[in-house]
Design a protein around this ligand. Structure first.
Ligand code: TXA
Ligand code: MG
Length: 319
């Protein structure tokens, strides 16, 4: 699981090559960006993404921001940006930190763990050359939340990352101090409106003006805080937790020795289980049986995050 020693290497071509090797091997690497340091992993590899959560010790799965080279690469991997989203990206990307939430094709090659099961993905393209070099070297989009332990302040220097994640990740690429020190602005574009989801260095009202759209009239504070976002994903069928023996009308998702119709991880590996969670829930929805059951998951490490997500998914619906 976690690396015993964390190397801190200056941003050079050799360091990026080493970072790309680690990413290809499914490891997370801390990278400088112009906002804050990010913990990057291959967004198409569920287990690699699970290792981000493991390293951060995140208690729950929030959707993560995905770094891309440009909208064309995002499209190739299944993002479906509107014309307006493409326009905004053309103006800001590579220059100023603007994250744009766009729809995702059901066949996207982005792990469902990245989006926490949502049908959209948050995309950004950094102005920091290190992140862009790494994206080119990897040829794959990179999921990258801030590189800190869950609940701690976002890091703006390699030393901050080391203080927070020492021994939990293999490599920190030191690219100096982050210029903004504040996470990117997040917007979504719905119909004629630019809606701010997180305020940041880019003025979302300016985005609206430049792409000739209205500015989120209905916005009242932080509309889509991560907590609220999570409630967006709930299976359409009732879900029963901690099930060792399923009823005949239940589709059982197993774990470890509890085999089930399908299994999150036969070897009780929590990293593997986290990486398959959303995929298995979606698969269960497609079955003929009207109910979903899921085997007990140990409430430790990533298991706590899995259980948090499952409790939300199992909670009674409103209305
Ligand atoms: O500046 C930044 O954006 C930094 C650097 C490292 O890139 N990254 C960052 O990532 O702040 P992260 O993963 O901590 O931001 C996640 C937030 C979520 O809490 C949520 O608010 C929003 O991004 N988000 C992600 N996916 C979303 C989606 N599909 N719809 C709406 N909001 C989303
Ligand atoms: Mg963060």
């Amino acid at each position: 699981m976690s690396a015993p020693t964390t190397r801190v290497l200056p941003y050079t071509a050799e360091t990026i090559a080493e970072a790309a090797r680690l990413i290809a091997a499914g490891q997370p690497v801390a990278m400088p960006t112009e906002t804050v340091y990010g913990l990057a992993a291959d967004a198409t590899n569920g287990e690699a993404v699970a290792r981000i959560y493991e390293a951060k010790g995140r208690p729950s799965f929030n959707p993560l921001i995905v770094h891309v080279l440009d909208m064309d690469q995002a499209f190739d991997f299944g993002a479906r940006p509107s014309v307006a989203a493409r326009e905004a990206a053309a103006i800001y990307w590579g220059k100023a930190p603007l994250t744009i939430v766009v729809p995702l094709s059901p066949f996207a090659r982005i792990s469902r763990l990245v989006t926490a099961g949502l049908g959209t993905v948050a995309l950004r393209c950094s102005a920091h050359p290190a992140m862009m070099d790494l994206l080119r070297a990897c040829g794959t989009p990179l999921a990258a939340p801030s590189a800190n332990r869950s609940g701690r302040i976002s890091p703006t220097r390699a030393e901050h990352v080391l203080a927070s994640l020492d021994g939990r990740i293999p490599l920190i690429v030191d690219g100096g101090e982050s210029r903004h020190g504040l996470e990117s602005t997040i917007i979504k574009i719905t119909g004629e409106e630019v809606v701010p989801l997180r305020l940041g260095p880019v003025d979302a009202a300016e985005v609206a003006m430049l792409i000739k759209m209205k500015y989120g009239a209905k916005w009242k504070g932080l509309v889509e805080a991560p907590g609220q976002l999570e409630s967006h994903y709930a299976p359409s069928k009732p879900l029963r937790l901690n099930v060792e023996k399923a009823a005949p009308d239940e589709w059982l998702i197993g774990f470890g020795a509890i085999t089930g119709e399908t299994n999150l991880s036969a070897s009780s590996d929590l990293v593997e289980a986290a990486s398959k969670l959303f995929e298995k829930l979606h698969e269960a929805e497609l079955q003929d049986r009207p109910r979903i059951a899921i085997a007990p998951i140990p409430d430790e490490d990533l298991g706590a995050a899995i259980n948090d997500r499952l409790r939300r998914a199992a909670a009674p619906r409103h209305g």
